[in-house]
Design a protein around this ligand. Structure first.
Ligand code: GRG
Length: 285
């Protein structure tokens, strides 16, 4: 079992415990579990691995990893709604609103968003290190909020009706996708009580990783169905060759950002493997 599988299993188990509920809460519990389990847990893994690299037990960082995956799942539920991207399928199964109805899906997203902060605030880690929990809540709410993921989603919705420039698209990607990946890295650092220098290096790595992640996602979408590819996809604007070249360039920059950790004696093996996972996705797209 690779560390990616191990981290995913750890996060999934914790989320199952958090959200499994009968009685009055059975319906919302089912809708939430349907959506929060089954993804790759890349963001949660990034949070756990930053904490682990910085010599903090993964168990301490687990609530932080759960929180970022709650926000990821909420964003996907809301993104699939008819008023947004209107997607019937997600992760190979019917989207939450197809399976549970639109109103329940919207509320499942709301429940996940609000509960993300409760998971951190009520954790043992917050009792031991309240200042770390407060820092993480600040990072997550900012990166997921109106100047982060939500802001990017607004620009993305506007862009669906017009052609955008390359720079506008890069901003959308930075906000819509990279912001939450940066949050994952930074809350992993917060869980470990990292200083500003370390957080700066984590930000440098994760923003390049986030940019590459979205470009790979666009490439996968394009190759799956070129005719249905969105107008403002990276591949449509820049072409397939440049998309691939830009993916490898961003991955190289992310790799270089790890040297600062290597120099300080930290083991960056997990992050090299995460970059390998992205390269594999791009190569097989
Ligand atoms: C609705 C507030 C709001 C935001 C939506 C995340 C997002 C913003 C939109 C989803 C559409 C999308 C494909 C965005 C790009 C980010 C991205 C690549 C999401 C998919 O992430 P993965 O591949 O998904 O990590 P899993 O299923 O593994 O969690």
């Amino acid at each position: 079992m690779s560390f990616l599988d191990e981290d995913r299993a750890l996060i999934e188990d914790a989320l199952k415990k958090e959200f499994t509920c009968g009685g009055d809460y059975k319906k919302i519990s089912e809708a939430v579990l349907y959506s929060v389990i089954g993804g790759k847990m890349v963001r949660g893994t990034i949070a756990l691995e930053f904490a682990a690299m910085l010599k903090t037990d993964k168990k301490e960082a687990l609530p932080y990893a759960e929180a970022v995956e709650c926000i990821q799942a909420y964003s996907l539920i809301h993104d699939d709604l008819p008023c947004m991207d209107n997607d019937d399928m997600r992760r190979g199964k019917p989207s939450c609103h197809i399976a549970f109805g639109e109103a329940t899906a919207m509320l499942a997203g709301d429940a996940l968003l609000t509960h993300a902060f409760s998971v951190i605030a009520k954790s043992q880690s917050a009792v031991k290190y309240p200042e770390r929990a407060v820092k993480a809540v600040g990072i997550l709410s900012e990166k997921a909020g109106f100047k982060g993921m939500v802001g990017g989603q607004v620009l993305d919705l506007e862009a669906a009706e017009k052609e955008v420039s390359g720079n506008e698209l890069l901003l959308i990607h930075r906000l819509k996708t990279a912001a939450l990946i940066e949050a994952a890295a930074l809350i992993g650092c917060a869980a470990a009580g990292a200083n500003d220098e370390i957080c700066g290096y984590a930000k440098a790595f994760s923003s390049e990783f986030g940019a590459a992640f979205q470009m790979v996602d666009d490439l996968l979408d394009y190759n799956e169905n070129p005719a249905e590819c969105e107008l403002n996809s990276y591949v449509k604007i820049f072409g397939e060759d440049k998309t691939k070249a830009d993916i490898y360039a961003a991955i190289t920059r992310a790799g270089s950002a790890l040297y600062d950790f290597d120099r300080l004696g930290y083991d960056t093996g997990a992050f090299a493997s995460l970059l390998g996972f992205l390269i594999e996705r791009a190569d097989n797209s």
